[in-house]
Design a protein around this ligand. Sequence first.
Ligand code: PGA
Length: 225
Amino acid sequence: MKEFYIIANWKARLTLPETSDWLNTFKKYYKTTSDNLKIILAPSATNLHITSEFIKNNKLNLSVSAQDVSSYPKGAYTGEVPAELIKSLAEYAIIGHSERRRYFNETTAVLEKKLKQCRLNNLTTIYCFEKSSDALITASDIIAFEPRSAIGTGKNLDPDSLLKIKQNLSISNKPFLYGGSVNLANALDYLKIKSLINGFLISSASLNPIKFAQIIELINQHLNK
Ligand code: PGA
């Protein structure tokens, strides 16, 4: 069976003690899933280390993603977090999230540099986009369609509209993820259309570790039916 990704994007929301609490609670509720289900945690840069250490020390079948990387390499770039500094802490990097474009003016040229830095440092990229015409869709490893109107609003895009978006892309075998108000109540709707998606990027509904573990369990059961 093809791989299915469930990614928790905590954005700039959890402090260090909150991240530690999240991990400890999640460990109690998370039931190991089948190997084709990839669970990825995306903490802020300040919490990458504690998250990756927790996973290692507890031998959990989870991976870590950065929420962003610098467009610059390692060097004299005060305040930046280059891919080379991230690579010992994470396997994946989210690039081009809607909030990066909106609040930090990330352009195609900047995002292209970020994808290049990830490639040079063996970070698997999860590229977020809002338009089927996005020039960098083909340059990333995994892609995630995230319409702005659905992010954090409770108004998830209906699966039929998502299907239309997907049919307009020429992505062949690239994993295609959806993000935008995915939760326990609507996650399975996307799985009713065969081969529509290969995963979810979830923020709001991932902040509660018990609810996030329930979403994982629901999808795991569905995939193994
Ligand atoms: P949401 O956010 O799940 O809170 O809608 C998704 C995202 O921004 O990746």
